[in-house]
Design a protein around this ligand. Structure first.
Ligand SMILES: *Cc1c(COP(=O)(O)O)cnc(C)c1O
Length: 469
């Protein structure tokens, strides 16, 4: 069948604009938006004709729709933010692609208040003079961790970079081969070190590094010993690692500081919730680390940020580094982070208030209840479309934290009866708000661990809309 006939019949934008139903749109929206929406519709149609084998049936089955409703729908899509809420039904708590940690209510209300008016960001209201944006958080950080001083930058990658650039540019940094990690999103420790101007001196092997390995390479050129928490993998079996305290003791007589990149950096001993015991930030400071860095939006459960703690003389040097200006955070981050830190002063309060900690500490029995009640709701309405099961599974911490951790959970497992699993998964992603779930053994799994209360109903609404068309 000849495509040109259909292609020739596609009207010009100006002709569409002359249509007496379309014309009034010009008084409601800027002309270029209307034109753009029409062009978009015409182009989509043209591509459909070009890509179909049987252009006739394509053209006849889906005739060109230039209704004002469709044009307005297109315009509305331009006026809506593209970055938006999604529902995380994957059970991966620190899902980096889904924005890591949701903020606590207190963090949000503080952020809203600070951001919607002027603030004392860099103003000392008592003395009536210029202040320092970090001063707001330093008392909290030192109380929570025992550190002498603190700094906040854009993220942990920036923290590592600023520390290396300030303390070791043009000099040597000693690190174990077992800790030369890639975090994902192409953050590789060796690359960051190179970019900072520090020279990498690798010691030991992938699975075993001894104190003597460090001793052998240390000289007057050594600026720093770096210990990186291998947050996203574990070396198991035949292994040897030098402890933080041993490294501190090694550097001290030669006046070589030790920096510890903790990655996730928890303030609390999470073994209380059945997770593997990991050193807390306070443990790292107590072991004598001179600089400790970690993320604000991993186990801490706050906004994206990099937190640097440790010796005041070293951190003051970082603060004076001209790069600090490029890496510093804004009032939005500081206000949300401060509220998160305040909640951390009381572990029980933190567990209830900070979503990341709440989801981490949820026990399987609590999730089992949530899963059965969601399953009942889905069955009640949609049993002719979806077959529902509740079963045991495991959630993940994610974000490169606690990689071996299997958090026991219960999931609602859905087998669609009127479409394929992949079709259902796609329709869920296309829902408003999108529902992101995982597929396993030809079923869609919904893990209630990462849903908050109101979201259960949104998942249900989404499924209803999909099934009822
Ligand atoms: C996650 C992580 C980083 C990077 O932190 P961002 O806050 O994502 O920049 C650096 N080091 C370690 C060990 C990490 O786990």
């Amino acid at each position: 069948m000849d495509r040109t006939k259909y292609l020739r019949n596609i009207p010009k934008v100006d002709e569409v604009l002359e249509n007496k139903e379309v014309k009034p749109l010009l008084s409601r929206y800027p002309r270029w938006l209307v034109v753009d929406a029409i062009q978009n519709i015409l182009e989509t149609y043209r591509l459909k004709i070009l890509s179909s084998d049987t252009s006739a049936s394509a053209a006849e089955n889906t005739p060109l729709d230039l209704s004002t409703a469709l044009i307005e729908e297109r315009i509305a899509s331009y006026l809506k933010p593209h970055l938006r809420k999604v529902i995380n039904a994957t059970g991966v708590i620190l899902h980096t692609n889904l924005g890591r940690s949701p903020l606590s209510r207190d963090a949000l209300s503080n952020l809203r208040e600070v951001a919607s008016s002027y603030s004392n960001l860099e103003f000392d209201t008592l003395r009536g003079e210029r202040g320092n944006r970090h001063d707001h958080l330093i008392p909290l950080l030192t109380k929570l961790t025992g550190a002498e001083y603190g700094l906040i930058v854009n993220n942990n990658a920036a923290a590592v970079f600023l520390a290396l650039h300030t303390l070791a540019s043009g000099r040597e940094v000693v690190i174990s081969r077992g800790e030369l990690i890639e975090i994902g999103g192409s953050f590789r420790i060796p690359d960051v070190m190179k970019a900072s101007g520090a020279k990498l001196v690798e010691v030991g092997t992938t699975n075993k590094t001894y104190l003597e390995d460090y001793q052998r390479v240390m000289s007057e050129h050594t600026a720093l010993i770096l210990k990186v928490h291998t947050s996203n993998y574990r070396i198991l079996g035949f292994t040897a690692e030098v402890t933080l305290s041993e490294l501190v003791a090694l550097g001290k007589p030669q006046n070589i500081p030790l920096m510890n990149d903790l990655g996730s950096g928890s303030f609390f001993d999470l073994s209380r919730y059945g997770l593997t015991k990991e050193p807390t930030v306070r443990d790292a400071i107590q072991s004598g680390a001179d600089v400790v860095t970690f993320s604000g939006d991993k186990l801490l459960g706050g906004p994206q940020a990099g937190i640097i703690l440790g010796r005041k003389d070293l951190l003051t040097a970082m603060e004076k580094n001209p790069l600090m200006r490029a890496l510093r955070v804004d009032k939005l981050t500081l206000s949300a982070l401060e509220s998160t830190l305040i909640a951390c002063l009381d572990e029980n309060r933190a567990r209830d208030a900070i979503p990341t900690l709440r989801m981490l500490s949820l026990q399987a029995e609590e999730i089992e209840k949530m899963a059965f009640s969601l399953a009942d709701l889905i069955r009640k309405d949609l049993s002719s479309f979806l077959q529902i099961e509740v079963k045991r599974s495991s959630s993940q911490v994610g974000g490169g934290a606690l990689p071996l951790e299997d958090l026991p959970t219960w999931v609602v497992a859905i087998t669609p009866l009127t479409m394929s699993v992949n079709q259902l998964e796609q329709k869920m992603r296309e829902s408003d708000p999108p529902v992101i779930a995982r597929i396993s053994n030809d079923q869609i799994l919904i893990d209630p661990r990462t849903l908050d209360e109101g979201e259960v109903n949104l998942v249900l609404d989404g499924l209803r809309n999909i099934c009822h068309g």
